[in-house]
Design a protein around this ligand. Structure first.
Ligand code: MOS
Length: 730
């Protein structure tokens, strides 16, 4: 099915199952420990792999002596670049998932030790003797910033509109400020894990991966075998956040190890290896310039961001939202990319907008203060209903101002003292902050297969993944709504490359796009079922287990009496995303207390108001936003991959030293979804929320800290050392 014109009324609009707060159907499996995660499969004769990471950040392995390791008890094989055979580059840089002799980053895999037990593999790994010749590398973004270049890819090019410099210089009120965000880690609970099992030349990989079709294609390319010979299975994923979008080292190494020993091999990346072996969100340095009239109209807005990556890497696109969030006739955004020899920088929850808004939304708060204007009023004055650069291009929906107003009312914004440092509660300085949330809504083609049997069970099969987001449940809700059956009659099977290719989980497109694919397949199944029942498919309604048309009503089960009905389709998209700008909006409100003596910040309460199209499952969506808000607090106050500038690696490479919020850090959170349907996004009229929820949170915390203390910190995370020296007298 091709979606080319805005959706009209369709069966989803019945809202009998869709749009209702629904418990996760995978919940009981997870809470009882019966949902099998990748590492938990236990094929017969399975052997264990242990990954060895490089001990240098840049240079060459000059010798790698494996003899002692190979003689160690239980060892079956040691895989290195010397015996692995040629690895080819996939769509991502998969050939480098096994390094050597060249080393591109610290903890790049240089070997996999395979043994009868995990403990034997781990013990033998200590007996590898690697010698290196080191090269000097670049590890400090600030030092290489001036060598940064305009990136090659077309969506990272400079944007210019009007005369930014002229308008900025002429503006009566202006801000020119620098901000920085650190390297951050996905720090998901489940490590990257894979079990490879060869049967002849066919490979099955149980793994933990957000994008099954990408992973399948890349694994086949890397190993130089046909895609048809590779099956990926990833039904449950213990968090991804972008860190599992692509094939990682453990999957390629498991495949190589299993081939070498002729047995299944399981490999989980050891936690201390994960952070430097895999990807992270790159640090940014940002400069924002805003000029406005005395009445608060933005006349010039400029946002530049510098980030680094390995050679051939990509920039952190932190200026994206600044192209679309506020009005203003003179505009400029620039991305600059420097070469750094740190581990690979890549997507992490809301890549671009998350760190971009951490800077932009402090800048907006600073501008409002310069204008002596309420920061919500300043945002509302500069709202736009069109893409500011392509004025004929409207937003499909944009309830940004409603988010700000609703949030202000529900959070008690009128009680905020605009004078910083003036509100006390015992030893605590109290502050309230706000920030805008913005994240683009992408649509991706997505396929599904649906089956109906004579018992009335509807089974959905798609390679869509559930990374903890609730995909199982919204897909079941979609099929139940479309086929007019109760939720408990729907079986959902996900995460298997034997199933139709879906959108996968990424870029907050999974919810809307994958359910739209299920919708397309169900449209076909409805037609087929109506035909089987001798009813007019154009008139048939599917309600309460029956199919009705022309005054007749027949049980749905009768349609499958002669045998199971099976239909498959893929939802594809025309150019609606070119005609309309599709984005999601929100506003974050945060109250903090900052200890007047120690500078310790405690978040007291948070509210997110989101306008993100139809909310398919308010319960799961709320969980997504609450999780994202929590992650936003981490970004504001804690998260920071600390670079060892001599050795070129992230020092705090485990969950003990990479700090993220825990329950005690997050006392009270509320989420409000504004009532909205977006007929341009898909027949589901839904959009993404999983990334919107983190966008802006960091700045809302920073602005609340400023309101509490009068200390403006522009370098994240806002740790107490950055506050202490400037705290008000007590
Ligand atoms: Mo997302 S960072 O595209 O998983």
């Amino acid at each position: 099915m091709k979606f080319t014109t805005p959706a009209t009324t369709n069966p989803i609009d019945q809202l009998k199952v869709i749009g209702r707060a629904t418990d996760r159907i995978d919940g009981p499996f997870k809470t009882t420990g019966t949902a099998p995660y990748a590492y938990e499969h236990q094929p017969e004769r399975v052997a264990y792999g242990y990954v060895v990471g490089a001990g240098i950040a840049k240079g060459r392995v000059t010798s790698l002596d494996v003899a002692d390791a190979q003689r160690a008890p239980g060892v079956l094989a040691v895989i290195t670049a010397d015996n692995a055979g040629k690895l080819s580059k996939g769509n991502f840089n998969t050939a480098k998932l096994l390094g050597g002799p060249e080393i591109q980053h610290y903890h790049q895999a240089i070997a996999l030790v395979v043994a009868e037990t995990f403990e034997q593999a781990r013990a033998a790994a200590q007996l590898l003797h690697a010698q290196y010749s080191k090269q000097a590398g670049a590890y400090d973004l600030a030092k290489v910033k001036d060598k940064a270049k305009e990136p090659g890819d077309k969506d990272a090019k400079d944007h210019k509109l009007g005369d930014f410099n002229g308008a900025f210089n002429a503006a009566p009120v202006k801000l020119d400020a620098a901000y920085s965000t650190p390297d951050q880690s996905h720090a998901m609970m489940e490590p990257h894990a894979s079990i490879a099992n060869w049967q002849g030349d066919k490979l099955t990989l149980w793994t933990s991966n957000q994008m099954i079709a990408w992973g399948r294609g890349d694994l086949a390319k890397t190993l130089g075998i046909p895609k048809e010979n590779v099956r990926l299975v990833s039904p449950y994923i213990g968090g991804g956040f972008g860190g599992k979008l692509f094939l990682r080292a453990e999957s390629v190494l498991a495949a190589l190890g299993a081939k070498a020993v002729g047995r299944p091999v399981k490999v989980a990346l050891q936690r201390p290896l994960m952070i430097n072996n895999t990807t992270h969100r790159p640090a940014t340095m940002q400069r924002i310039r805003i000029g406005a009239t005395r009445e608060g109209k933005i006349s010039a807005i400029g946002h530049e961001s510098w980030s680094g990556d390995l050679p051939d890497g990509k920039p952190e696109t932190a200026v994206q939202q600044t192209q679309l969030l506020y009005a203003g006739p003179n505009r400029m955004t620039k991305l600059r990319l420097a070469v750094l020899d740190l581990p690979e920088g890549n997507a992490m929850r809301a890549p671009g907008e998350a760190p971009g808004l951490m800077a932009l939304e402090i800048a907006i708060d600073e501008m409002a203060e310069k204008l002596k204007m309420d920061p919500i009023t300043f945002r509302i004055i500069n709202d736009t209903t069109v893409d500011p650069a392509k004025r004929e291009r409207k937003f499909s929906t944009r309830r940004f101002v409603d988010c700000l107003r609703t949030g202000a009312q529900r959070f008690g914004w009128d009680k905020r003292n605009p004078q910083p440092g003036k509100t006390r509660d015992g030893r605590w300085l109290i502050g309230i902050g706000v920030a805008s949330a913005f994240r683009n809504n992408l649509v991706q083609k997505s396929g599904a297969r649906v089956r109906l049997n004579a018992q009335g069970i509807v089974t959905v099969e798609t390679d869509m993944t559930d990374i903890g987001t609730g995909s199982y449940t919204i897909i079941a809700q979609t099929a139940a709504e479309m086929m007019g059956v109760p939720l408990k009659q729907v079986v959902v099977k996900l995460g298997d490359s034997d199933f139709p290719v879906s959108a996968g989980s990424g870029g907050q497109w999974g919810g809307n796009s994958s359910t739209a694919g299920v919708y397309a397949a169900c449209v076909k199944l409805r037609e087929l079922a109506a035909q089987k029942l001798g009813l007019d498919p154009a008139k048939a309604e599917f309600v309460a287990g029956a199919v009705r048309a022309d005054g007749r009503s027949l049980p749905l089960t009768h349609a499958a009496e002669q045998g199971e009905l099976v239909c498959e389709d893929t939802m594809e998209y025309g150019d609606l995303d070119k005609k309309f700008q599709q984005s999601t909006f929100g506003a974050h409100f945060v109250e903090v207390g900052v200890d007047a003596y120690t500078g310790e910040t405690r978040v007291r309460r948070m509210l997110a108001v989101c306008a993100a199209g139809r909310i398919l499952n308010p319960k799961a969506a709320r969980s997504q936003v609450i999780g994202a808000m929590t992650m936003g607090v981490g970004a504001a106050l804690m998260e920071d991959l600390v670079v060892d500038q001599r050795l070129g690696y992230f020092v705090n490479h485990d969950l003990a030293s990479y700090e993220v919020p825990v329950h005690a850090d997050i006392p009270h959170q509320e989420v409000i979804f504004l009532d909205e349907t977006d007929p341009v996004s898909s027949p589901m009229k839904a959009k993404g929320v999983g990334e919107l929820g983190i966008c802006g949170v960091g700045a809302a915390v920073a602005n609340a800290i400023y309101n509490a203390t009068g200390v403006r910190v522009r370098d994240y995370p806002i740790t107490l050392d950055k506050l202490l020296a400037k705290m008000p007298e007590v």
